[in-house]
Write a protein that binds this ligand. Structure first.
Ligand code: ATP
Ligand code: MG
Length: 652
């Protein structure tokens, strides 16, 4: 197996193993392996059981209708996502339980109980109705990480109006592209938000975006913290723009949750744009809510008294599924933080963990690599002993970053759940179950019960290393690309008949564990060997001086491609003469001569998406001396321009 020319070569070996502790297992929500067998034997019955833990206004008649490449789940069922996130807790015992604990970057705090959140959401739902928003109308949300972002999403869901959340760090053009694509009728924004002590002038950005967004009839503006408007001099356009607090003053707190169809749109969300133009991913209600509910409960092992913190922005799918819908459907206490992790200092996240007694912490490899770079002293100054479970999502995690997270943040006590999924999958797909799965640093381990994945070659045969495929429909899967079903078919369903192509490379080990090797667009082709980026980067990150690395292939006369590596060092390490050679040797030692980087460029920053993912396609453009491709989703375009100049200077 796995010898075809399109299969990936496997280089990295990882022998470390971490079994859940007896103490963790005893209390775990999932501790019986039998769940895998049960879900595998009858996935429909299994998912229906999960759906049964939600509140439905009308029960479905068919669990799944699969008409490839389109699936419908819980057909005929009627429910409301907000009702499941709020009303059912308010009528139960969680009425005055903290649903949302929020801290602003300047240090201001607010806590919303489930009842508070229910009241605010109902009022805002009435506000939206008052502005003419009807079931099915799209509402764009462009906000900082403030509680009103959650309220706005839930208010939309309450009246059956799909939301399209646009990350508050996006430019006016990116906002208007997304508004136009979705033909949104109302925009919800704020005067500003705090980032590294500065006010981001959100309304001013929105105004520029609105110049080309004819579909918008009304704009609701939240006065973040009250004081910002004065500083940024917000302009309110008469008749179009309204202050949130003024509209809320007159709004009734009574608003029945609309009984929507299980297959009605819950939201549209655009992908990060790591590989190209973002795709407007469509999620519907019943299946999505079922899977985010189930995964939150088992993967994060949520207990009634947990304080759960996912550091993602609500503008990304992780924020949708694991700040809002999953945790609130479970009745959890969610911590939300507005600002930057290094403001006012690099210990801010650990101060927050200590202050609020965070027990479950979910973040991204990009953040973990930044923590590693900043040094252990920052977390070292805080009491993190309440943490009991750690999670990661967004990119492959290099085994050394995993080990650092385990030791420094987790105190060698917390299981780590490395969760693989995508905007398109809506919910976690490949992940450990923390009370069952023995973990291996760098592996996302096994498909969640009821999820079916395989590693395949071009021809659709199962191989040890190749393309990651999803082989059966799952409840939270995207239903289409908004307004472009052909792109949906081409992008995900054209490689093999009726199998979903993820775009990621993966290998499977002798225990059946999945290891994500990087995006297939980024695969290196060295002397006839196809190598994923993750293994070479992991070898580099295993060197004590290295915090982060990105490798790309560049055309080479003899080998086809040679490896160019872009490397960021840990604080306190300098790119002394000889370090580049040392790193090349280090890679050879770790994984073999075939992976020896030909060129290494040290850099303080790598080009990343606004969600923090490394954009290798731009590094490839640099290494091959091409004009840079689409940079609209870059966090900081200056980084890549600078890198390009430096690379060219070195080359000359
Ligand atoms: P675009 O599709 O527009 O290029 P994107 O793929 O970055 O953007 P997302 O949906 O935010 O958009 O990211 C999903 C991708 O992130 C996955 O396909 C995978 O490449 C990567 N990823 C997420 N979680 C993990 C993980 N635990 N391990 C490895 N890779 C991961
Ligand atoms: Mg993608």
């Amino acid at each position: 197996m796995g010898r075809g020319s399109d299969a990936l070569n496997v280089l990295l070996r990882e022998e470390r193993r971490f079994a859940p502790s007896a103490a963790f297992v005893t209390r775990a929500n999932a501790r019986d392996r039998e769940i895998y067998g049960r879900a595998g034997a009858d996935p429909e019955a299994y998912w229906a059981e999960w759906a049964g833990e939600l509140d439905w206004f009308e029960r479905w008649h068919t669990v799944v209708e699969w008409d490839p490449p389109h699936a419908k789940w819980f057909v005929g069922g009627k429910l409301n996502a907000t009702y499941n996130c709020l009303d059912r807790h308010v009528s139960g015992g969680r009425r005055n339980k903290a649903a949302l604990i929020w801290e602003g970057e300047p240090g201001d705090r607010r806590t919303y109980t489930y009842w508070d959140l229910h009241r605010e959401t109902s009022k805002f739902a009435n506000v939206l109705k008052g502005l003419g928003v009807r079931r099915g109308d799209r509402v764009a949300i462009y906000l900082p990480m403030i509680p009103e972002a959650v309220i706005a999403m839930l208010a939309c869901a309450r009246i059956g109006a799909p939301h399209s959340v646009v990350f508050g760090g996006f430019s006016p053009d990116s906002l208007s592209d997304r508004i136009q694509d979705a033909q949104a009728k109302v925009l919800i924004t704020a005067d500003g938000g705090y980032r590294r002590g500065q006010v981001v002038p959100l309304k001013a950005n929105a105004d520029r975006g609105l110049e080309r967004s004819a579909s918008i009839e009304h704009v609701v503006v939240i006065a973040r913290g009250g004081g910002i408007s004065g500083e940024t001099g917000v302009h309110m356009k008469q008749g179009r723009d309204h202050w949130y607090h003024e509209l809320m003053d007159d709004a009734s707190p009574v608003c029945e949750a609309e009984a929507v169809d299980a297959e009605d749109l819950l939201y549209i969300l655009y992908t990060s744009g790591t590989t190209g133009k973002p795709k407007g991913v469509v999620h519907t209600t019943g299946g999505y809510l079922t899977q985010v509910y189930a995964t939150t409960k088992l993967v994060f092992d949520l207990k009634e008294d947990d304080v759960y913190w996912c550091t993602a922005d609500v503008g990304w799918v992780t924020g949708h599924s694991y700040i809002v819908y999953g945790p609130l459907a479970n009745g959890a206490t969610v911590l939300m933080y507005e600002g930057a992790p290094d403001w006012p200092d690099r210990g801010r996240l650990w101060t927050l963990c200590e202050t609020y007694g965070v027990t479950v912490f979910y973040t991204a490899p990009t953040a973990i690599r930044a923590f590693m770079r900043w040094g252990e002293e920052w977390p070292g100054r805080h009491d993190l002993s309440r943490l009991r479970l750690l999670g990661t999502v967004g990119e492959p995690i290099n085994p050394e970053a995993w080990m650092w997270y385990h030791r420094v943040i987790g105190g060698e006590r917390c299981p780590i759940v490395d969760t693989w999924w995508q905007t398109e999958t809506g919910a976690i797909m490949i992940t450990p179950l923390p009370g069952i799965t023995e973990t291996k640093p760098g592996s996302a381990t096994l498909p969640f019960p009821g999820v079916f994945a395989d590693v395949m070659n071009q021809g659709g045969e199962s191989v040890n290393a190749g393309f990651l495929a999803l082989t059966r429909p799952w409840p939270a899967m995207l239903r289409t690309i908004y307004g472009d079903d052909q792109r949906y078919r081409d992008q995900y369903w054209s490689k093999w008949p009726d199998l979903y192509f993820t775009g990621d490379g993966a290998k499977r080990d002798e225990d059946g564990y999945f290891w994500l090797l990087g995006r297939v667009d980024d695969v290196l082709n060295v002397a006839g060997h196809r190598v994923g980026t993750m293994e070479v980067e992991s070898a580099l990150v295993a060197h004590p001086a290295v915090a982060e690395a990105a490798v790309v292939g560049k055309a080479h006369e003899i080998k086809g491609q040679a490896i160019a590596a872009f490397v960021t060092l840990k604080e306190g390490h300098r790119a002394l003469d000889g370090l580049a050679d040392e790193l090349k040797e280090h890679v050879v030692e770790k994984i073999g001569a075939i992976a020896r980087p030909e060129a290494i460029l040290f850099t303080a920053d790598l080009p990343k998406t606004r969600s923090g993912k490394i954009m290798r396609r731009l590094l490839r453009d640099i290494a091959e001396g091409r004009a840079l491709g689409d940079t609209t989703t870059l966090a900081d375009p200056a980084v890549v321009e600078q890198l390009k100049r430096r690379y060219e200077e070195k080359e000359v």
